[in-house]
Design a protein around this ligand. Structure first.
Ligand code: BTN
Length: 277
């Protein structure tokens, strides 16, 4: 990662206003929490070239290959209350999907609520965490892991073999990198800058009304599976319905026997009927 270059590409007012760059760390989310505790400002971005203990959702670990992936966490100090926080995961998802599409030409879609997929495979995961005092947000951190150039250094072999090398047997069918999808090296610095610009623009729209109304159409046009059948993995019992997109509060609307259920991002996972998406 070329630290200086990120600044050259950035055209933001506050997002990544300060950047802390680490060659290696345990988790940029943990770093951002620590900086938040030390009084860091809204817009601080922590970036690492390698993480030894990257965290995923639901207590899972997140593997980020040194030098080729993006591992970064943005610190926000919003003025709104905690129940609105999950909407910022969606704002970041939209920013990442648009930045990837514009920079690389591939079509990036959003697997609600926190994954970005390209050609039906996961290329990015987002983990939002927050610290609160009496319901008010003290800090909100949005961690973003993107597979950018994974696979590029592997000796020539057939693509499925390369995928197994790059992501391991378990993830070979569901994970990908931008390099696998485009065949060209993608600048991590340019991608980070583009994401920060998009996030800042959408964040400012979001805080005007504290909902996603202003970006609902663009979000839903990128949503995986809209109009198709989805399986909702609700802890109270799984069910199948038709995805009708998200509403302005970020809930996924799922039609079941003519009724529309609102699925809240924190509660459940949603799958397509056949495989990961
Ligand atoms: C997921 O898909 O489960 C979310 C993955 C989030 C990974 C990113 S990498 C940067 C930041 N630091 C972490 O420890 N996790 C997030």
């Amino acid at each position: 990662m070329v630290e200086k270059k990120i600044g050259e590409y950035l055209q933001t007012k506050w997002a990544a206003g300060k950047v802390i760059y680490k060659q290696t760390t345990v988790s940029t989310n943990e770093d951002a929490k620590q900086f938040a505790g030390e009084g860091a400002e809204h817009g601080l971005l922590v970036i690492a070239d390698a993480q030894s203990g990257g965290k995923g959702r639901r207590g899972r670990s997140w593997q980020s290959e040194p030098e080729t992936t993006i591992s970064m966490t943005l610190l926000c100090r919003p003025q709104f209350t905690a129940e609105k926080a999950s909407m910022l995961t969606l704002v970041m998802g939209l920013a990442v999907a648009e930045a990837i599409s514009e920079l690389t030409g591939v079509s990036a879609s959003i697997k609600w609520p926190n994954d970005i997929v390209v050609n039906h495979k996961k290329v990015c995961g987002i983990l939002t965490e927050l610290g609160t005092t009496r319901g008010q947000i003290d800090y909100l951190i949005v961690g973003v892991g993107i597979n950018v150039n994974n696979g590029i250094t592997l000796p020539s072999a057939d693509v499925s073999e390369k995928r197994r090398f790059a992501f391991g047997e378990e993830l070979a069918d569901t994970a990908t990198s931008l390099w696998f999808e485009t065949g060209v090296e993608v600048s991590r610095e340019k991608l980070i800058a583009a994401i920060m610009e998009k996030f800042e623009q959408y964040y400012e729209k979001f805080v005007q009304d504290l909902n996603l109304q202003a970006m609902l159409d663009v979000y839903n046009s990128r949503l995986v599976g809209a109009g198709g059948e989805v399986r909702v993995l609700d802890p109270q019992g799984e069910y199948i319905g038709i995805s009708r997109g998200i509403d302005a509060k970020g809930n996924l609307l799922v039609e079941v026997s003519g009724d529309v259920k609102k699925v809240y991002a924190g509660e459940v996972s949603v799958r397509g009927l056949y495989g990961y998406v």
